[in-house]
Design a protein around this ligand. Structure first.
Ligand SMILES: Nc1nc2c(ncn2[C@@H]2O[C@H](COP(=O)(O)OP(=O)(O)OP(=O)(O)O)[C@@H](O)[C@H]2O)c(=O)[nH]1
Ligand SMILES: [Mg+2]
Length: 333
């Protein structure tokens, strides 16, 4: 392991915020070789935090709700890390500052740590960077890690793969509440929040949602998902209303995960997802280097194929074999 990464991990274990911030930057932006050292160095210290995903359409109030959840958790003496994940949409540039401002009420509290993460420009994007950042926050010793992501299709499935409990947030009058639900969020929700319940239409949204859940349940196998029926909690996040009930529901879902054996199953699913992402990322990085045309092995193989010394299939086999050598073989670029 690189000495500086070892020093950072030692600092993280002592609770140093600068070390935490730098490790998060590496988790987001580091070279695969650095990431391997970071995750390899701290993985044994992870697995203690409760990871809560908060997702939903743009503007439903995820950041406001996250802020209110954090305040409720603090009142229960739990330390909280918030990871606000920005989608790679070009329109999201202004949202980061907004998130920081909205979450500012915890600014002076050492039991709360807030980090915004932009997905743009990362190799592999969010699906790769988010779980790594969560591991760093977990190793830092936070009781709860809340990950806010905009629900735009694939991202809520990814957050559900990362989180212990996924909170899907809807709001009345957004025009897209149930449409978004149709797009796949019903399956990933452990808890639903109907936010902005101070506005008209919360009751109607709730009965539409109940109808959809019942329909979905009817087609599911009996005993599916070990009998958890996602509760629907009404909130007014701007006034911190409903957050006590929501945090109670988070605890109830945690108990359910333990009692049903789902926690173990999800941990294995998550490990599987992580291994797969790392392997895919490795292949992506390797091919990105190849695509720059500066890979000596590929150059040599191309010359052989052009000279009819070997056929292209055999050359591709040789290339894949080299890639299968692991991250270390990719570390020369
Ligand atoms: N009336 C009302 N407004 C709310 C409530 N919660 C949030 N808002 C407002 O809704 C707007 C969006 O809130 P955010 O918390 O930024 O929503 P978000 O889902 O995080 O937005 P993005 O991260 O941009 O997708 C803000 O103007 C909030 O003040 C609520 O319970 N009632
Ligand atoms: Mg937000």
């Amino acid at each position: 392991m690189a000495a500086d990464i070892g020093t950072l991990i030692a600092g993280l274990e002592r609770g140093e915020r600068r070390a935490l911030a730098r490790l998060l930057t590496l988790a987001e932006d580091g070279l695969p070789e650095q990431l391997r050292d970071v995750i390899g160095g701290l993985y044994a210290a992870t697995g203690r935090a409760r990871v809560i995903g908060v997702t939903g359409s743009p503007g439903v109030g995820k950041s406001t709700l996250t802020n209110a959840i954090a305040a409720e958790l603090r009142s229960r003496d739990r330390s909280v890390a918030i990871l606000a994940v920005d989608p790679s949409s070009p329109f999201s540039g202004g949202a980061l500052l907004g998130d920081r401002v909205r979450m500012q009420s915890h600014h002076a509290d050492p039991g709360v740590f807030i980090r915004s993460m932009a997905a743009r420009g990362h190799l592999g994007g969010l699906s790769f960077a988010t779980p790594q950042a969560v591991l760093v926050l977990d190793a830092a010793g936070f009781d709860d890690v809340i990950v806010e992501t905009v629900g735009v299709g694939q991202s809520e499935v990814e957050i559900a793969a990362t989180a212990d409990t996924t909170v899907v947030t809807l709001a009345p009058g957004m025009g897209d509440g149930i449409q978004a639900a149709k797009a796949g969020i019903l399956e990933v929700a452990d808890i639903f929040v109907i936010n902005k319940a101070d506005r008209g239409g919360a009751g109607q949204l709730e009965s539409e949602l109940r109808g959809m859940l019942e329909m979905g349940h009817a087609v599911q196998e009996a005993g599916d998902e070990a009998g958890w029926w996602p509760p629907i909690v009404r909130c007014v996040a701007v006034r911190s209303e409903g957050t006590t009930e929501l945090v109670d529901a988070l605890a109830a879902h945690g108990d359910h995960l333990d009692d049903s054996g789902q926690r173990e199953r999800r941990a294995r699913d998550r490990a599987l997802h992580t291994i797969r992402e790392i392997a895919l990322e490795h292949i992506r990085v390797r091919f990105a280097r190849l695509d720059h045309g500066d890979d000596p092995m590929l150059e040599a193989l191309a010359a052989k194929v052009a000279a009819r010394d070997v056929d292209p299939y055999s050359a591709a086999d040789d290339l894949l074999e080299a890639i299968e050598g692991g991250f270390d073989s990719a570390g020369d670029g």
